[in-house]
Design a protein around this ligand. Structure first.
Ligand code: BT5
Length: 258
C-alpha cells in the first residue's frame, strides 16, 4: 500500500506567495512526484505543493532512484498547469532550477552552479536534482535538495554533497522551501530573465562534455543553450549537436582556454 501519512500543519511564512499557499506536508510517502501526479489526475489545482520528510521510493530521472536520509533533505513537488506548449514546459523546469539555486544561496550562503539540464552542483558534487513529469496538461516539478546531512552515505560518496557539508549557514528545510516559493513565481513570470540567469549559473557552458543519449554518446564542447533549453554541443570536427535530453558528464572545465 502507498504510504501517505499526513504530518502536521505548519504555518507558512507570511511572505509565501498566494499562488503556492496550499502546501501539504507528509511524514512519509513513496514519492512526492507520484503523489502529486495522482492528485493532478483527480483534478487538483495548479500551485499545489507537497513536501515529505522521507521518501521510500524517491524517483530520479530515467528510472534511477533518489536517496536521502530521513529528515535531512528538502523533498518537494509542485503541481503546475502551465498554459504552455511542450517546448515551454522545459522552461518551467529551468525556472525551478534557477529559483532553487537562488533559494539555497539566500537560505544557506552556498552558491550552487547548475549542470545541464537541471542539477544543482557544488564543485563536481550534486546538491540537488529535479525530475519533471507530465500528466495531461499538468506538470509536476519534483526537487530534492540535500540541506543538513549528518554525512554522505557510502553509496553516494564522491557523488553527493549537502549545504551543511559545504560550509553553509545552518539552515532548515523550511527555510529553503520558503525562499524557493518566493523565487519561483517571479522566475516563471519572466522567462527571459530566467534564461539569462540560467546561462550565468550553468557550469556546463564551455565544458568538455560527454553526453549520453538514448541513441548513443556524443563528446564535444558545450557551447550554448538555445531558447528552448536544448544544449548545443560542438562535436569534434563534426558540427553542432542539439541535445534535447540526455545525461551530461563534465570532463574538463577549461577546455576552451586550453
Ligand atoms: C535527479 O535524477 O537528479 C532528479 C531527482 C529528483 C528528486 C526529487 S525528490 C522530490 C521529488 N519526488 C521524487 O520522487 N523525485 C523528486 P538523476 O539525474 O537521475 O540523478 C539520480 C542519481 O543521482 C542517482 O543515480 C545517484 O547517483 C544520485 N543521487 C541519488 N540521490 C542523491 C542525492 N540525495 N543527492 C545527490 N545525488 C543523488
Amino acid at each position: 500500500m502507498v504510504s501517505r501519512r499526513i504530518l502536521r500543519a505548519v504555518p507558512l511564512p507570511e511572505a509565501t506567495p498566494q499562488r503556492f499557499r496550499d502546501v501539504r506536508r507528509l511524514a512519509e510517502v513513496d514519492s512526492t512526484n507520484r503523489y502529486l501526479l495522482d492528485e493532478a489526475r483527480r483534478g487538483a489545482a495548479t500551485g499545489l505543493v507537497v513536501v515529505a520528510d522521507h521518501q521510500t521510493a524517491g524517483r530520479g530521472r530515467l528510472g534511477r532512484t533518489w536517496e536521502a536520509p530521513a529528515g535531512a533533505s528538502l523533498l518537494m513537488s509542485v503541481l503546475l498547469r502551465p498554459a504552455l506548449g511542450v517546448v515551454d514546459r522545459q522552461l518551467v523546469v529551468m525556472a525551478a532550477a534557477v529559483a532553487m539555486a537562488e533559494a539555497v544561496e539566500t537560505a544557506t550562503g552556498v552558491r550552487p552552479e547548475l549542470k545541464w539540464p537541471n542539477d544543482l552542483l557544488v564543485g563536481n558534487r550534486k546538491l540537488g536534482g529535479i525530475l519533471a513529469e507530465a500528466s495531461g496538461d499538468a506538470v509536476v516539478v519534483g526537487i530534492g535538495v540535500n540541506v543538513a546531512w549528518p554525512a554522505v552515505p557510502p553509496e553516494l560518496d564522491g557523488i553527493a554533497t549537502a549545504c551543511n557539508l559545504e560550509g553553509g549557514r545552518p539552515a532548515t528545510r523550511d527555510g529553503v522551501l520558503g525562499a524557493f516559493l518566493e523565487r519561483y513565481g517571479p522566475r516563471l513570470d519572466d522567462l527571459e530573465a530566467t534564461r539569462r540567469e540560467y546561462r550565468v549559473r550553468l557550469a556546463t557552458l564551455g565544458c568538455r562534455v560527454r553526453v549520453e543519449r538514448a541513441d548513443g554518446v556524443v563528446t564535444g564542447t558545450a557551447r550554448d543553450v538555445d531558447p528552448a533549453g536544448h544544449l548545443l554541443v560542438d562535436v569534434d570536427g563534426d558540427g553542432t549537436e542539439v541535445v534535447a535530453a540526455g545525461d551530461v558528464v563534465h570532463l574538463r572545465r577549461d577546455d576552451q582556454r586550453g
